[in-house]
Write a protein that binds this ligand. Structure first.
Ligand code: MG
Length: 391
């Protein structure tokens, strides 16, 4: 669920000087885009946040402030500490806001799922913080940094991230309680003083904070992965196919390209293979290329007795011409007789062979009609198929 609760605002903190990166790190580029822009984008979902505030250094305010405002963000100047910056951002919120997400501009890979999940947990518990289990063992060192002194139980420790989310009245309390001049690493630290326990929200290891140059390399790899997934998702298409043939005496029964021993078979101009016909229609549907009757009209007498694997070959050609490749096929046969369970594997292997697919990507199953209607009386066999393709 990525729905943002109503009356939510986000404050994105980008006032850091990037001491460890040597320059204003929020403007470092990831996949050719400034990191801060990517971080802000996660909060821009339509119908999502009512208000967005970005907290910038005074120099960045002068340079980029109007650009942010043009994109619907309010801007606020950073203060000397994170808490002071947050206070300045908080002042920009309108009275109607009920929930506030505070995000670090150096976390460009935050997902919509983490943002929404943390806000919902904050609505329920007053405050919530996304976190991941520690992978490394953590040890406490002596005050002078020369010796290890203690190993805390790792199962009770988590690495916290942002956005840390609050009911607005609770965040107001935090800002009031925070002592001026103290540099808290995050505002949820002050909650502990107020006796509010923020809820733990399981987050994602990809939501890293870019702090040192090597973090950029890791983030870049995550960005590429995200891009590939997005590109793949954008190319996915689906199609649906259906076919029915009469079951009559004196015909061979061909399903999915294999002959099944049975006294009756399917009537048709071709071999009457309902499975391949439904599957082929699903494939053509996925690329919006019509249905098999267009390419093999029943009025064409030359196709009498045609093997349906020829139809499948033609469909593969059409897919190839449209630069589409098959992801998977799922076919459901509806037949009262014969019982098809013993033939699942053979039909599956045959369909996979005809369509040049890995067996993993082909599913064939059958249902009966419980004795109802024509199919239930054994007068016909039906097949439904769904196909996924990448185009
Ligand atoms: Mg047919």
């Amino acid at each position: 669920m990525t729905t943002i609760p109503r009356h939510s605002a986000a404050i994105i903190l980008a006032g850091g000087q990037g001491k460890r990166m040597g320059r204003g790190k929020q403007y470092l580029e990831l996949a050719g885009r400034p990191m801060l822009e990517l971080a802000a984008e996660a909060f821009l979902s339509p119908g999502g946040f009512e208000e967005l505030v970005v907290v910038l250094t005074p120099a960045d305010m002068a340079r980029y402030g109007s650009g942010w405002e043009a994109r619907g963000f309010k801007t606020a100047p950073a203060g000397p500490t994170r808490m002071a910056s947050l206070k300045n951002g908080f002042k920009k919120l309108s009275g109607g806001i009920k929930l506030v997400a505070v995000h670090d501009g150096a976390r460009p890979l935050v997902s919509a799922r983490v943002v929404a999940g943390t806000l919902r947990a904050a609505a329920a518990h007053g405050a919530a913080v996304p976190a991941v289990p520690l992978k490394d063992t953590v040890k406490r060192i002596s005050a002078d940094g020369t010796f290890f002194e203690e190993t805390p139980d790792r199962s009770r420790l988590m690495a916290v991230q942002t956005p840390q989310c609050y009911r607005k009245d609770i965040l107001a309390g935090v800002l009031k309680t925070a002592r001026a001049g103290t540099d808290y690493s995050d505002e949820s630290q002050v909650l502990e003083k107020l006796g509010v326990r923020p809820a733990v929200v399981g987050s994602d290891y990809r939501n890293i904070k870019i702090t040192t140059p090597e973090d950029l390399i890791i983030a870049e790899a995550f960005m590429n992965e995200k891009k590939e997934k997005k590109e793949t998702a954008g190319r996915m298409r689906f199609g649906f196919g259906y076919d029915i043939h009469r079951l009559v005496e004196g015909r061979p029964l061909v399903l999915g390209g294999i002959k099944i021993e049975y006294p009756k078979g399917l009537l048709g101009h071709s071999d009457g293979d309902v499975v391949l016909h439904a599957v082929c229609d699903a494939l053509l549907g996925a690329v919006a290329a019509g249905e098999i009757g267009i390419y093999f009209p029943p009025t064409d007498l030359t196709i009498m007795g045609l093997s349906s694997s020829t139809i499948a070959e033609k469909v593969l050609e059409i897919l190839k011409a449209r630069k589409a490749s098959i992801i998977n096929i799922d076919a459901t046969i509806v037949a009262e007789e014969p019982k098809l369970k013993p033939h699942y594997e053979n039909i599956r292997q045959s369909v996979a062979r005809i369509l040049k697919l890995d067996l993993d990507n082909v599913s064939v199953k059958a249902k009966s009609r419980e004795g109802l209607g024509e199919v239930g009386h054994g007068d016909a066999i039906v097949c439904y198929a769904v196909a996924g393709v990448l185009k």
